[in-house]
Design a protein around this ligand. Structure first.
Ligand SMILES: Cc1cc2nc3c(=O)[nH]c(=O)nc-3n(C[C@H](O)[C@H](O)[C@H](O)COP(=O)(O)O)c2cc1C
Length: 295
């Protein structure tokens, strides 16, 4: 898979226009993951959909609002220079096949199947919690994409063991795993005495989920050995990124930190990783992937 660097934009964060993608790429993003796209356009939930929490985390229930696969494919078709990973969400193998066909003439570097969104019915985690369905969808997506682009599966913490989802994805032919998505959560307003989000439940992201995401990357790497992993969840600086690489990730994705820092965070993390490698005498990033597994 073509990546211009190890730090990638996570899905759903600024992932909606080619102009923004260009700006992020210039700032050091190794690739950008699009907002998750569905077969038809979705409007999403009513406001409030994203809230900042006192503990430094974010809670969102955007409801996967997106322009639909066809409209998005039309928008990115002229692109050749930015590595774009297209995130897709759906309920059936046929839907994923349909969507991948729409990107036929686009320079897509990978597809990321969202099997982990924790707040929309019948998709995301509800798919990820069903290993047989995961296997079927990944198999169909692999067939539809052919040799054109690898297929990543994005997992999260649902009601079944997420490692079973990873195993099913690998059985279906997944080329890599992204771990993790937001974690199902909620906030309640004590004065108004009601849930804050219009959807009541949403997904927790940002610094508070980092230790959980790191644990998941470590577990996936130790259970499944060679499958490449994109680590995601609460990464805010180069040190976080290095920790995910040492746990077993070959690349990382950042999302919520962009709610607090400017887009040059990509460059700052790249520089921090490079300086760390120089200090430790590590020549290639690949040489430190999973190093913490040895101890
Ligand atoms: C506002 C918002 C929207 C998101 N939308 C998507 C999405 O469409 N598809 C997806 O797979 N993940 C989505 N995510 C999850 C992120 O891609 C990422 O997995 C998660 O936020 C953890 O990383 P972070 O702590 O760096 O933000 C969204 C997250 C946020 C905060």
């Amino acid at each position: 898979m073509r990546l211009d660097g190890p730090v990638v934009l996570a899905s759903g964060i600024l992932g909606i226009s080619l102009d923004v993608f260009r700006r992020l790429h210039r700032s050091g993003a190794g690739a950008v993951v699009t907002k998750s796209l569905s077969k038809s356009p979705w409007t999403g939930y009513a406001n409030p959909t994203v809230i900042g929490l006192d503990n430094g985390g974010w809670l969102n229930a955007v409801g996967l609002s997106n322009p639909g696969a066809q409209n998005f494919a039309d928008m990115i078709r002229p692109n050749r220079e930015i590595p774009i990973i297209v995130s897709l969400v759906g309920s059936t193998a046929a839907e994923f096949e349909y969507m991948i066909d729409k990107f036929d003439e686009c320079a897509v570097v990978a597809y990321e199947l969202n099997m982990s969104c924790p707040h929309v019915a019948k998709v995301g985690l509800e798919v990820g919690d069903d290993p047989a369905l995961v296997r079927e969808i990944v198999g169909a997506a692999k067939q539809a994409s052919g040799d054109s682009a690898p297929v990543l599966v994005k997992v999260g913490l649902g009601s079944s063991n997420y490692l079973d989802t990873v195993g099913a994805a690998i059985d279906g032919g997944a080329d890599a795993i992204t771990a993790i998505n937001t974690i199902r959560s909620m906030a309640i307003d004590a004065e108004l005495q009601r849930p804050v989000l219009s959807n009541r439940f949403g997904g927790l992201s940002g610094a508070p989920i980092k230790p959980i995401a790191l644990r998941c990357v470590y577990e996936i790497a130790s259970r499944f050995g060679d499958i490449p992993i994109m680590g995601c969840g609460g990464i805010s600086n180069w040190k976080d990124a290095v920790e995910f690489i040492l746990a077993g990730a070959s690349a990382v994705q950042i999302g919520s930190v962009l709610g607090e820092e400017d887009v040059d965070i990509f460059g700052r993390i790249n520089t921090g990783i490079t300086e760390y490698m120089e200090r430790k005498g590590i020549d290639r990033l690949q040489d430190m992937v999973g190093h913490a597994q040895r101890r």
